[in-house]
Design a protein around this ligand. Sequence first.
Ligand SMILES: [Zn+2]
Length: 326
Amino acid sequence: MKATRNFLSSILILSLFLSCQNNSNTVTLIIDDSAVRAVLKNPELALVKRDSIWQTHEGYRQMLAWHTRQSVPRDFGFYEFALNDMLSDNPIFTKDKNYLETINRVQEIHRDKGGIINEHLSSYLPGNKTFTAYAYFIAFVSSYAFSLEDKLVIDIGSPRWQNNPGFILNTVIHEIYHIGYELYTPDKWGFTPKTKDEFLQKTLAVIQNEGMATYIAYKALEKIPSDYKDPDYKLLENQESVDKAFKQTNQLIQDAETANIDSLNEKAWVIGTLKDRAFYVTGSFIAKTIEENHSKEFLVDLVKKGGRQYVNEYNKIANDKRQIEL
Ligand SMILES: [Zn+2]
């Protein structure tokens, strides 16, 4: 009896030890494709019932909320154009694009590899929280993908995806990482900086947040390959574009000393995110360098310490050309 109790306590201690040793975040991804199926299966009805579809399916409802949040007027142009194209005798834009087949493949890969995706994401997050992410698939809207809190919206009809299920799922991994990251980071970034110090704080937070999400999705290709890669990965693999991204990021930080804050915010948006992707490239290069020079555990622990510490630790091991000059 005593021996059994001792044996059981050893098991208990061992499992507690293992759960302390391992990052065991539990990520549940729910893919809701009801909206895209409703629209693609009956384009004619989807045109007639446009308003009711946009108001009843959660993905389209999120899209309407996105328009309000971004102060971008509602635009049904792409929706109507693509559905009319599908219905025409001689389709151009939608010709040979089997969107339903693509969504089926996404679901299939998720069914087969969901466990691997969870394990991969979990291993790059500190702690052991449980969270659920919802991916809503819709078609023919103004933004190819966006996320808010625990919801992601993906436009399956966007030309960006090249109809490639692996690429779509890889983007979903990037977006889910953001959801997990937000549970642990001390940083804030969803605000418009009003001062030089706020600008710097936000920039370092974005570099860590986008850099980690990009790197973790990049690494996911080792486990869930895709024959079409995100253009950001090509920038990360190219030495010249990495040098350029560091130069651009340092220029923005230097400009913060003198530039007008509104024009600086605008410039940082275009160079860092929208066009040149400088924050994504520097941020993911930093993640890669830290993991290779320290360890995965060291990189993951920095999520709890925030963007400034992330960059400080990187600067200690970076070569002169690729320092972030603070
Ligand atoms: Zn992102």
